[in-house]
Structures are given as structure tokens and as C-alpha cells.
Write a protein that binds this ligand. Sequence first.
Ligand code: ADP
Ligand code: MG
Ligand code: MG
Length: 933
Amino acid sequence: MANKLIYFFGKSKTDGGGDMKALLGGKGANLAQMTKIGLPVPSGFTITTEVCVNYYKNGRKAPAELAVDMEKAVKWLEKEAGKKFGDVKNPLLVSVRSGARDSMPGMMDTILNLGLNDATCEGLAAATANPRFAWDSYRRFLQMYGDVVMGVQKKNENDHEPFEEVMDALKKEVGVKDDTEFSAANLQELVKRFKKLIKDWTGKAFPTDPVKQLEGAVFAVFSSWMNDRAILYRQKYRIPDEWGTAVNVQAMVFGNMGDDCATGVAFTRDPANGDNVFYGEYLVNAQGEDVVAGVRTPLAISEMAKDKTIGAAHKELNDVRKTLEKNFGDVQDFEFTIEKKKLYMLQTRNGKRTALAYVKIAHDMVKEKLMTPEHAIKSGDPEALNQLLQPIFDTTAYAAATKEGRLMAVGLPAGPGAASGAVVFTAGKAEELAAKGQSVVLASLETSHEDLRLMIASDGILTARGGVSSHAALVARQMGKVCVAGAGDVEIDYHKGTLKCKGVTLKEGDFISINGTTGEVFHGKIATADSELKQVLVNKTMKPKDSKVFQYYDFLMKLADKYRTLGMRTNADQPDQVINAIAFGAEGIGLCRTEHMFFEGDRIIAVRQMILAKAEDDRKKALATLLPYQQKDFEGIFRALNGLPGCIRLLDPPLHEFLPQHDNHKGQEEVAKQLKTTVAEVARLVSELHEFNPMLGFRGCRLGILRPEITEMQARAIFQAAAVVIKEGIKVKPEVMVPLVGFKKELDLQVEIVHRVAAEVMKATGKKFAYTVGTMIEVPRGALTADEIAESAEFFSFGTNDLTQTCLGMSRDDSGSFLPAYQNLEIIKANPFASIDRTGVGQLMKIGVDKGRKTKPDLKIGICGEHGGDPTSVEFCHIIGLDYVSCSPFRVPIARLAAAQAALRHPAKVVPPKVIKDSKAKTGSTKSKTSRK
Ligand code: ADP
Ligand code: MG
Ligand code: MG
């Protein structure tokens, strides 16, 4: 490898910095940054992510120079720390820590106290005059090293951790409850048993040479990049496998030397609700993951101020809190250790937070000038905004439950919102009930990385142990799950499958309700109600000025609107949907599916008459019955739009969708009655309409071409509605959209009808109105011949659902049987029906845009497939220069934020005006293309 493999951070020099996350990982980059700004960080070095990438490229082999460079690095660290590796008098101990570009908390492995063996342990005991501490550190090292490097791990899900089992046995023998109660002699015995466990389990002795230990640990960290946990995590959060992890080797500091020591985790603000309070917890005389693992329930950080021995560190931490926010421009989630009253910083990163905390923090910190508006936009997870629409408890039901004395326990509020569902203890039960659409609440003593799947399946999470930075709380916040942590009164018996509290016993499957905003746990069901945001925007039962949540959300959305260049539209076909979407920020309709209106009330009878009519006259008669219905629908929509553009698609689905199929005899009987004909006749007609491949059959514009009277009726309904609404003084902007066009001639035939009808209606009503006619681009031929089609189209809208189906030759509805396997095999990285397949479908879109605008530089182009509400697809639409995206009403806020992020990530290229000397030089259509952004 040509590049530098190792970067130092320490007193004598620091190579890296906070902006080098890709190379040094988030942890390494920020350790360097904290060192640079003068925070107390134990010295160390970072092996770059490139080394890890290289390691995998070469079939899990590290570059040859690594050993040499590591030796040098260790020498440097020895000098920095004033201690020596393997020195029996004053041994240097290090931690070996993973750290990818994006933090993946707890997903990969960390090893502490590396450098210990029988000899150095004795040395450490003597040097610190604290044998208990030395043996405690040693047993922890054996435990981590044995697990991570040597593979001493439980074999089945229901087994106990082998090291824990050995430790529990000793606890019983000695008669203690907590590991802190072990004496030095007990711990020495534990070390003996751990070594035996490793030997028995692996057949190999534990390596005593610190250099060998270090080598093993570094490779184990590389390998942990590909463990199941890490892979699952990356899939969920779309972190590419190619990034790799860095490895940090850092001098140890000790929180487990006695009562003047501690270790803790803190947030500069509350990550659950965003409040500007110092938030965190710590454990006296503890090390490493103890706080997060929920082994003992930690103390709140405010308690530290009252501690006579380490109280001074609290003030120091408060200063650190301010320094961090100021320097990193965001809420920080940090780890610290106090060794003999001295504070050390071990990690900092931007804190993961709930959506509620995100909008509040963005609002507050931008106003406090601690965060840039750009960062406020860029750092959000658009998808997570859904959490703001999550239900809360219904006020009446909540009050009733309290009055009935159903409150069982109060834990820590760790993930806001309300969840009411069946209590579950096992993954099997959770997935079984969740699959049935039942909401489930996971109850657990504590959770660990192994429970990830179980947590994904649950709506709410309740733990009996652990604090606000426990694993459960951390993951819940990140996934946006309702969570109550550390409800100590709750007793869970996994064997009996029961949860007991205050004399109430719940079995798995019984109802439980938790309030993640207050920490309350109730038995039984409690009805839920709409979130504040919904109450303000949708139900209008709450005034904006009465909802703080709305105000924070609104601040952020308005900020997003400043940056985004994409327009926002919605897919809606009812006035109420349109009104909701506008409240969420939509600026028009991108797709109004007219066929949805065909199913309402009695209209379906006329639709069926129209379909089954043999003569054109009968068909026209049936259509005439439908016309007033459609017109009324469009009037409603135009009124709701109140002057915003509305893109209405002509009839699209294959006609059989309107009829009961052959296996529905009862339905056919009904139709026969409705249409005054025989069941046999209906059955005959249904089989006549049967298609082998309806998705590619008689549908889309093909319907309007063979049965022009349908297009005529729909156009008439649209324009007559427009005339009526204009008369009421409301502006209308209809856009008529022809589906499934692959040939210019198809569009021409439909456009002609629409124009003729428009003229007729204008003449008959005496009302003038502007309208446009365009097409969906949803078959490959349409995209490939977009230059021709654009001659007849005033706009394009990408129907990416069908475009994906036809580009991939893959039916969305039939893909369930193979698509998951395809994703596992990484043939396809993401579900192409959820996120645009950029290289394939995206290429067709790009061709469509380029060719379309070559013919018409100002051609308006949008997207109306499901992808319009998917953040990465929105980004793609921005990149290829679409004018707007359209999505379902409730996804509009998500798309708004995603569009703003896209605009910040891919700013418009400002083309400097060229001084053209040769007056005959090209002056193509490039001007209008670049000027649209
Ligand atoms: P994770 O990525 O899972 O957070 P870390 O690498 O941060 O893992 O390490 C796990 C724990 O070990 C943390 O609590 C951290 O504070 C502690 N730790 C890591 N390095 C040191 C060190 N040099 N001295 C003391 N504690 C450490
Ligand atoms: Mg780790
Ligand atoms: Mg950490």
C-alpha cells in the first residue's frame, strides 16, 4: 500500500482531524480532533480504513508493511505514555477499538486492557498497590479477548455466555451478587478459570506476548466488520460494505481503580426530547461497557455533582459539554472515564436522536448559532420524520387507565410516543404476532446486540435494567421505537414466560401499554390518539401556537424549503387527501388516479356496463352516466387545490380489474343481476377479457385509443369541472396525463381528443382556462424515444413503478418469491421497487430527460411513482434535473427534507459566462437547462 497506514494522536503530535472520517473512521477522526482542541484524550494511533479494505481485497491478508508500522507506532505510544508494552514494573495497557466512518454503536468489537498477562498483572498490582483492580482488569481482558479473538462464544441462542456462566458460578460459591463485591483473591481465581475455559473451548492457550495479543486483536476488529450483527446493521442503515473499519489503539485509562474512579456516557442535550439539559450517566469504579451493558443501573450525571470524591469532575464535564457543542456544531454523545479524579475523554460523535429531538435541537441550536442551518438540514434522517406522526395515548383512555390503577411501574423515558400491544419475550413470538399485524411490546431484562431482530419486530421496548444510555434506549432512539428503560420493579421470568409487577402477572401475549415520553408502564390496552403534528395539520384540532412540536417541525421544514430546488407534489385522488398533502407542504398533485373514483358507490355498475357493452352506443350511454360523477370528483379536487396544478391521469388499469373474476361466482351473480343478464354471459365476458399478462396487456393509453369515448368522457369531466370551479372564482390548472405511452403516435391520438373536447367545453361554457397535456414515461420505449414524444407532450412524468417493472422485466407483485434472495446474494442491493435502480432504470430516466429536453428545453418533468417519497430516489431525481417529485400525502415532509439535502449535497453547477470569441460558436439549448437549477 502506498498510503500512510497509521495516524497518531497524542501530546507530541496529532496527524488526523475531525474531517477525516472516511479514512480514520468516526471514532479515530474525533479522537484526533478532541486532542487538537486540547481536551484530555489518552494518546493512541489509528490504523486507517484503507488497511481494512485492503485486508478484504487480499483475501483477509494485511499489507506487509503493517507489522513494521505497528511496531513503530507502539514505540511511539510507549514514549507518549511513559510505559512499556510487557514491562513487568510499569506495563503499558491499550484498548483496541473499531470505528467505521458512520458510528455503528456496539456492532463491532472492542478489547480493553490489552497487554496483561500473569507477569504484567502482578506488575500492575504492585505499581498501583491495588491488586483487586489489576485482577479485575485482567479478567475483563481475558473475557473480551477470549470472546472476540478466540471465539469463546455461546453456541445457541438460549445458552448462557460462557464467561458469564463461569463468573455466575463463582459468585454463587463466594456468595456475592455484584462483580464489584469480588475480592482480589476471587478475581485471581476467576482469571484462572477463564484461562481454563479458553483452553478447554479452543484447545489453545491464551497468548501471553503483548505484541501477539495486539496482532490478534487488530485482525479480530477487521473481521468483526463482517460479523452478522454488523452486516445486519449496515443493511438496515444502508452503510456500504466497502467502507471498512479503522482500528484505534489507545493507551488505557482506568475507571475501575476504586471509588475515586468512574466511567460514563453523556449527551450534551437530551437525545429523546431535545431539551437543553446535560444528559448522561455513570458508574463509580467501573470500566468500559458496564454503563451501556446495563450490568448495574448507573447514576444520573447530575448525581456526580454531589459526590464528595469525584464531584469536581462534574464541573469539568459541564465545560467539556460546552466546548464540544461549540467545536463540533451539533449535540455530542461522548464517553469519558475518571481515573483517580482525573477526567479523560474517550470518544465523541454526533448524538443519535429521535425525530422529536432532531427538530427541537435543529431549531434551538440554529437559533443559538451553535449549528449551521446547512448542518441542521444535512444531519437529519428524512425517513425518521415519520416518528412525528406516531400516536400518543388518547387523553381519556390514559386518564381512565391511571384511575383504574393499571399503572404497574415507572421506568426511564427513553423513546417518546405510546405503544400498546401484546407483551413478548422471544423473537419467535414477536415475529409471529407482528406478521399477523398485531402490535407487540418487547419486555426484556436488558437487551443486547443479539436482540436487534426482535427489536425491529416490536413497536415498543420495555427493559427492567439499564439506564438511558443502555443498549435498548440507544437502539430504540435510533429506530424511533417507543421505549421505557430500567423499570426496576418489573420481574421477567423467561422460563415461565411471565412478567410480574405489583401483584399483576402477565403472560406472553397479554396486553401491556408503555408511555415512552413519561416512562409509565400499564397493564392492559390503552387507546392511542393522533400525534400533535397530525392534530395541528390534519385534524386541525390543535392550534399551531399551542404545539411546540409543530413549531420545531415547521421551522425545519421552512429551512428545508429554502434549500430545495425540487418542487413537491402529491399523489392524491380525493379532496381530503389533497388538503392534507397541502398542509404537509405539497404544491400540487403529481398523480390523480381517476380509476379510484370508479369504485365508489353505484358507479361501478355503470363502469361494468361500459366495459361489457358490445355496441359503441351502449358504451356511450354507460359513460354518460359516469360523466357527472367524475365531474363532481374533479370539482372537489380543483376546489381543494385552490389554484395549484393538478395532474390527472386518464384511465390506466386493465379492465378486468373492475369485474369479479372467474373464481368469484357470487360476485358474478351480483353483476349479472346489476346488468340484467345471465351469469353465464358475465362469465363468458370475463373470460374474454382474461389476459395472460395484464400488466403488459390492454391497459394505459391502449384503452383510450381503442375506446376513444372513454378519453372523451374523462376529458369532458375534467374541463367541465374546471369551468364550474372557475365560475366560483377559484383558479384551476389542469394537466391531463396520458399513461403508458411508447410511441409518439399513441400520444398524438389522445392529445387530439383532449384538445377537441377542451375547445368544445370552452365554447359551451364560455369559460377560458389554461391546461396542458403530457404523458407518463413508464415503458422503456417511451424513454428511449423521448425526443419524438416530447414533440407532442407538454410535460413528462416518470411512472417509475411500471418503468421498473418493464426495465427489469420483473413484476412487482410476483417478485416476492425471489427478490429477498436476490438481495441476500447482493445481485440487487436495495429493493428496486422502493428505491430507484439508478444504474438501470435511472439510466432510462436520464435518457428520457436528456432527449425530452433536447426537443423542448423547458419541458416540465416530474416523477409520480412510489419512489417519489423515497429519500435516495428523491436525491437521484434532483441529480438528473427533474422539476418536481410527487408522493403520498404523509410522505411529503420526508421528500421535502430529502430534496433539501440533495440540493446541499449536489449544488447546481454555476456555469461561468463564457467569453465567446468566435461568434459562430455553438449556442445550444444549454442555457435554459442550467438555468432551471
Ligand atoms: P463502541 O464502539 O462499542 O462504543 P468503544 O471502542 O467505544 O466501543 O469501546 C468500548 C468501551 O471501552 C467504551 O465505554 C470506552 O469508553 C471504553 N474504552 C475504550 N478505550 C478505552 C481506553 N483507552 N481507556 C479506558 N476505556 C476505554
Ligand atoms: Mg465496539
Ligand atoms: Mg464507544
